[in-house]
Write a protein that binds this ligand. Sequence first.
Ligand code: UDP
Length: 359
Amino acid sequence: MKLLVVASPLGPLGSGAGGGVELTLANLVVGLLQRGHGLTVLAAEGSVLPPDAAAADLWTCPGTPQASLQHQPREAPITIAADGLLPRLWRRVLAEGPAAGFDAVLNLSADWLPFWLTPTAPLPIFHLVSMGSVQAALDREIAELARWDQRRLAFHSRSQAADFDLPAAPVVVGNGFDLQAYRFCPQSEPLLGWVGRVAPEKGLEDAAAVAASLGLPLAVWGLREDPAYAAAVEASVPAGTLQWRGFLPTAELQAQLGPCRALLNTPKWNEAYGNVVVEALACGVPVVAYRRGGPGELVQPGITGELVEPDDRDALAEAVGRVERIERAACRRWVEQHASRAVLAERLEAWLQAGLEPQ
Ligand code: UDP
């Protein structure tokens, strides 16, 4: 197939502004290239694709990034800046897509506009939905699209899909990672890890409190999306508890993450998947998470980590005390079997091909 992949309008690929969608895009592009498909990526100006995606074409557009939906009230109206990146990306899809001969467009942006225009677009648009429910107007559009042809929708996890009003069972594709990019680290150090955008929906304050109660340092990797929130979390625990390591490229992130005794994953929202959970497992780091959203489906309690009741910090601390019994090699094995890039590409290919069949 000849495919056009449209990135999130939150910022350039490689900046971290798009959160997990940036890594998802890189992995699915390489996975589909390896299966012999032709790929073009349409993304914000300033985007960079990883070296192993060099065979993909990159189209870019200027424009003001879209504000992230999860930081707006649920009932907020749709807002798009006058020189917005979102409409510019989709203008280009509609104007140039048909003549370029794409078999399908794969949208990775969880924004109202591409869902709304799908039924009348001059080429088939598919959506890999990257978030659970965050905005009423988007929920309604997704439900409407599902009623029109649900084959155009896929989700990362069952819990994520359950947020939406769907007439049929959802297509769930999980996610896929380049195992070679993560080195297995057999030994751990007395250090806890936390990875994610530093923003309230990610619940860093709970991981910080648990690290403080256990007297262990917590290394934090990720974009400081909300500096006031980051400062408040820092002030809530004894000095020295948090080690801010910044937003790092995957190669450095995995090298620093590998020696952690456990990754704490403490989302306050219905996390659609939780890339960082699988990245930690790929390094051999067990994950202690809330039983909520994607992480609640990914972590196998007693085998690759522990799951505790959402928002229960005491249970989280107690579970961290039990991670020594987790075999680090079992964590890596789980990723190899369930979340490789090849597995994702096969699932995506099957989904797209089924959706292109006449109804
Ligand atoms: N990430 C990274 N470097 C860092 C910290 C995070 O590349 O130093 C990436 C990480 O690999 C993951 C993404 O940030 O792909 C966070 O994605 P996740 O699915 O956990 O959450 P989201 O931000 O999409 O809500």
